[in-house]
Design a protein. Structure first.
Length: 740
């Protein structure tokens, strides 16, 4: 039985609805006997596609395929429209919003539009799903493809009905003559018996927002019922006949080397297979618990290389080892700004390593039939996974197919595909399908954490409370969100190291974590702004407005204040109100929070959060609201509890008993305000709201207590310490000065 017979149900439905069940992309195109195909190329992603194809071309041998398209759609003879994209669905909602765009632009019924995502044989190359790019980058391209397809359909209808195109209109998948509506023809009828390929390189005219019929309307997510009922298939849910479950020997610490291993005790278990292939030692069985028990019987010895940093000394290490800083933005003269300042402030902000902690662990199921490998993988990067697997197996790239079912959260943490490679190697070694699903301990061990980082800020205000200078350096988080948007005459912003860091800087892997770098930078910037507002005796909302010239930022901040019911007061007002502003993924965002602080326990209860966003045209307001609420809820974790404890290369957190993520009981009252901004194209909504949570809660704690928290997360112990000291400042900071 072919692995294609076990295509994940959501992908199978989309492929079946278009009459397509091909094992390869080349055969897919050959099997499209009738219909209209529009290939889409756009922007820098087209250049990335061409570069990727050029690098792989000797192994790909697909000369009949365009080398510069990123997506395509097919209109079948049954009238169904199927769009194919290498993007994946991991909870952010494009499974709903992309078809919503297509149906609207094509004037087709929404239920006639299907989507196939993340299948490397059926979908064109994509560099990965991250950066809140799916809607703002792929959305316009899909709309352009739909507009092109509709233009083709109108031309065909004109020929068939003998009516000028100018007299024709389309609605619900039917084209008819405006002067005689009885003269009509469906999209399926027009596609029947034809095979038309269009290569879209010049974007045609698309609808103005005033003409939208579906875009801008709140829609329930297509995958909602399947996910709530458990019908949705994730990588760990897929089963193949004869498959084995694999449990893999893991080192006790990063940098540890395997010096000896005795697998004999594991082999004594009936039905167990043991694979030892270089660095990969695995126990496999038809039952996962039996494989787990057999793994525990392996006798292994490791040598552990000593590593100095731990979670208490990491910040000194980062400052000492960080690369030289690069200036990101500057203006005016800092010396002049310092001369004009009546009061100056020097502050150091810290944040710890943070895990991705997606609810779905990394999982993959691999099957090898002859010279073809098929892998179902939980990944944000199916084409990257395909290439990693091909290298590991020694297969040509076109002989590896990666299918991405639903992904249960990624946040930047599922871009490396170690589990998929492990499953493929083991399937090759055993000759049977193999599933690898990481435990929570493996998730923590192999995670590429949000990096620990340091931000140093020097700033000043004059007698009137106007900022005169701003000198900002971020170490090891990257510059996303670092440049300020306030009016400060003399300023300089610099970044030393990115969120991935130079090799050897961190004791383990680090990488992108939802809006990489911006959580760190917004926490520091907005805390420092609040600190100066309090020192000037000016309401923190008004202080920001006094220093803003950007009309969109002014608008979101004013909207947040109005909807929250903000009344001006100097901080600390003892109300427990905090405010923060930011920008990410092309979206302007402001939030106001209300907190209560239990001084005896250091516990912080976030009672209410209001968030306002300007994200341009909103495709699905319901989906955007859900993303804002998710960002706020997830942000409670990095703000209040989430940090990795470690000693050198040994990760001390292995589950949620010590690594605390937000609980249902924590969730505050959440209000969302999405500002109408239809004059601007749609922007990212999967990350902006989360960047504010550290700052808005820190500022609310200060307003409630007068204590300033300068390190994330703001744990009860740190809150109690700040209440005793009034907050850590550079004057009593244990950190050494860093060269800028």
């Amino acid at each position: 039985m072919s692995a294609n017979d076990f295509l994940a149900p959501d992908l199978q439905h989309a492929a079946d609805s278009a009459g397509l069940v091909p094992p390869t992309r080349r055969e897919f195109l050959k099997r499209v006997a009738g219909g209209i195909i529009v290939f889409v190329a756009f922007g820098d992603l087209a250049a990335a596609q061409e570069a990727a194809n050029e690098a792989a071309r000797p192994r790909m041998a697909r000369p009949e395929l365009p080398t510069d398209f990123n997506a395509f759609l097919h209109i079948g003879e049954d009238g169904h429209v199927t769009c194919f994209t290498g993007k994946i669905e991991m909870g952010q909602g494009p499974i709903t919003s992309l078809p919503q765009m297509l149906a609207d632009e094509l004037d087709a019924p929404l239920d006639s539009v299907d989507i196939v995502m993340g299948d490397t044989d059926l979908c064109p190359y994509d560099m990965g799903t991250w950066g809140s790019l799916t809607t703002r980058q792929f959305g316009p391209a899909f709309r352009a493809a739909a507009a092109e397809a509709k233009a083709v359909l109108l031309e065909l209808a004109s020929e068939t009905l003998q009516v000028p195109v100018a007299r024709l209109t389309a609605r619900d998948g039917v084209i008819f003559d405006r002067q005689d509506p009885t003269r009509r023809i469906t999209y399926g009828q027009l596609a029947k018996g034809r095979k038309i390929e269009r290569h879209l390189k010049v974007k045609p005219s698309v609808k103005d927002f005033a003409a939208f019929a579906l875009m801008g309307k709140p829609l329930l997510r297509r995958d909602a019922r399947d996910k709530v009922t458990g019908k949705a298939q994730f990588s760990a849910d897929i089963r193949l006949p004869g498959m084995l479950y694999a449990k893999i020997l893991r080192p006790p610490a990063h940098g540890a080397k395997l010096t000896s291993v005795d697998t004999t005790p594991a082999k004594a278990t009936a039905g167990v297979q043991v694979v030892q292939d270089g660095d990969l030692v695995a126990v496999l069985h038809e039952l996962p618990d039996v494989a787990e028990q057999a793994l525990e019987r392996i006798k292994a010895e490791f040598t552990i290389q000593p590593r100095e940093p731990n979670d208490r000394t990491i910040f000194e290490h980062l400052l000492a080892a960080a690369p030289a800083a690069n200036v990101v933005s500057k203006g005016g003269d800092l010396d002049e700004g310092k001369r004009l300042a009546q009061r100056s402030f020097e502050t150091t902000y810290l944040n710890s390593y943070v895990a991705h902690s997606a609810m779905e662990p990394h999982a993959a199921l691999a099957s090898i039939e002859g010279d073809k490998a098929t892998v179902w993988a939980s990944t944000q990067n199916p084409f990257g996974a395909r290439d990693e697997i091909a290298r590991a197996l020694g297969f040509p790239t076109e002989k590896v197919r990666v299918i991405t079912p639903f992904v249960g959260g990624g946040f930047g943490g599922k871009t490396v595909n170690t589990q998929a490679v492990e499953a493929a190697r083991l399937a090759k070694a055993t000759g049977r399908p193999v599933q690898v699903m990481w435990s929570r301990a493996e998730e923590f061990y192999y995670d590429a954490f949000r990096p620990a980082a340091v931000v140093k800020i020097k700033s000043g205000i004059d007698a009137a409370g106007q900022m005169t200078f701003w000198d900002y350096t971020v170490f090891c988080a990257g510059d996303r969100g670092a440049p300020h948007f306030y009016t400060i005459p003399h300023h300089r912003t610099a970044a030393a190291g990115g969120f991935q860091g130079p090799p050897g800087l961190h004791p383990f892997a680090v990488g992108a974590w939802r809006a990489p770098g911006n959580n760190t930078n917004t926490f520091a910037r907005e805390s420092q702004i609040d600190l100066m507002a309090a020192a000037a005796g000016i309401d923190p909302v008004q202080f920001r407005l006094n220093h803003l010239r950007d009309p969109r930022m002014i608008r979101v901040l004013q909207a947040a204040a109005d909807h929250f019911g903000w009344t001006p007061a100097k901080s600390p007002s003892r109300r427990g109100y905090g405010v923060a502003c930011g920008m990410d993924a092309g979206t302007w965002v402001a939030a106001i929070a209300e907190v209560a602080v239990d001084a005896s326990k250091g516990a912080v209860q976030v009672k209410r959060v209001l968030c306002a966003q300007d994200m341009g045209v909103v495709i699905n307001p319901e989906g955007a609201k859900i993303q804002m609420e998710g960002c706020i809820t997830m942000g409670l974790g990095y703000a209040l509890t989430e940090e990795i404890q470690f000693e050198g290369g040994k990760i001390l957190d292995t589950n949620f008993d010590t690594y605390t993520i937000p609980r249902f009981s924590w969730v505050p009252k959440i209000d969302t305000v999405i500002l109408e901004a239809n004059e601007f194209p749609p922007q990212g909504g999967g990350e902006p709201a989360i960047i504010l949570m550290g700052a808005v809660i820190a500022n609310a704690i200060h307003d409630a207590t007068g204590a300033r928290l300068l390190q994330l997360p703001m744990t009860p112990a740190r809150v109690k310490a700040a209440l005793l000291t009034g907050g850590l400042t550079s004057a009593n900071s244990p950190l050494p000065a860093a060269p800028v």
